[in-house]
Write a protein that binds this ligand. Structure first.
Ligand SMILES: CN(C)C(=N)NCCC[C@H](N)C(=O)O
Length: 289
């Protein structure tokens, strides 16, 4: 099994992650807290209350973990395409795989990465939702979690081992089809106005990667809202009975618009993150021959 796709996926995931983390913090807060009037209000309050560091809360942990998850996604995707089409990454421009093969490989990559992603994503969401400033006024209560390890241990102790996989089912429903859409959009945009057999230019890779991110997140946002709520719900026992219950009670209480909460910020984040992810992934693999 070629491993360079896994390594390139890890490095490109880390680069994309640093760029996108501030957007991600605002998105998670908008989806799970009702104290903000919108993106700007959330950014202003976060900055005033927590300084610039507030936007980077919980980032060190995703760099190590979510970048590893990106490596699983790209590695499994590329190796599934190899199994389906018998072409390696460098042969695929000359012999492009069909879109159905790209879609299937993307879905399989998305499905496999969920089980690495679920505990890491849960910890990230819980840490991002802690709004206490770093320098706390004397006498104010400490944040519930002191950091990623403390958060993981507390969830394990309070909610059991299954607690670490809270929201995993919503994550599976979110990521399996959307990763298929992600890779199909990328391939389709790369192939437009690139001559057969040639590598797409860096500008085309950036645009194709950016729009692949936006297209997949547009489809993923409703289940992303549900996933984040189920992950936070572990703190309030018995809040939701499952994915469907969370969907129905969120829609009843807040209207159908709730499913699109975070869509604008998700799209603004998705373009630069995925443009950089695909550009670095493609160029690392090309430079390794
Ligand atoms: C809709 N979904 C879940 C995705 N398209 N995921 C793939 C993009 C991964 C990238 N690190 C990001 O966070 O945007």
């Amino acid at each position: 099994m070629p491993v360079e796709e896994f390594v390139a996926g890890w490095i490109s995931g880390a680069l994309g992650l640093v760029l996108g983390h501030p957007f991600d913090t605002v998105k998670v807060r908008l989806q799970t807290q009702t104290t903000y009037r919108g993106i700007i209000d959330c950014m202003v309050k976060t900055y005033r209350h927590e300084s610039l560091l507030g936007f980077f809360k919980g980032m060190s942990f995703p760099i190590a973990s979510i970048a590893m998850v990106n490596s699983v996604l790209f590695g499994v995707y590329s190796n599934t395409l190899l199994a389906l089409t018998a072409t390696s990454h460098r042969e695929r421009r000359a012999q492009p795989p069909s879109y159905i093969h790209v879609f299937i490989a993307g879905c399989i990559g998305g499905f496999v990465q969920v089980y690495c992603l679920a505990p890491f994503d849960l910890i990230k969401v819980r840490l991002q939702n802690q709004t206490e400033p770093r320098a706390r006024p004397p006498g104010s209560p400490p944040p519930r979690y002191r950091g990623p390890v403390h958060c993981a241990v507390s969830i394990f102790q309070e909610e059991g081992p299954r607690g670490l996989f809270r929201g995993a089912w919503a994550l599976t429903l979110r990521d399996t089809p959307t990763m298929g859409i992600y890779f199909v959009t990328y391939e389709w945009l790369c192939r437009q106005s690139t001559r057969d057999g040639q590598d797409p230019s860096p500008a085309r890779v950036l645009v194709a990667g950016g729009f692949a991110g936006i297209a997949s997140w547009a489809v993923a946002t409703p289940l992303d809202v549900i996933k984040s709520r189920l992950q936070m719900a572990g703190l309030k026992r018995g809040a939701y009975r499952g994915v469907l219950d969370c969907m129905v009670s969120s829609a009843r209480q807040e209207g159908l618009g709730v499913f699109f909460r975070g869509l604008t910020i998700n799209s603004a984040r998705a373009f630069p993150v995925n443009a950089v992810t695909f550009l670095s992934y493609e160029y690392l693999l090309r430079s390794w021959g």
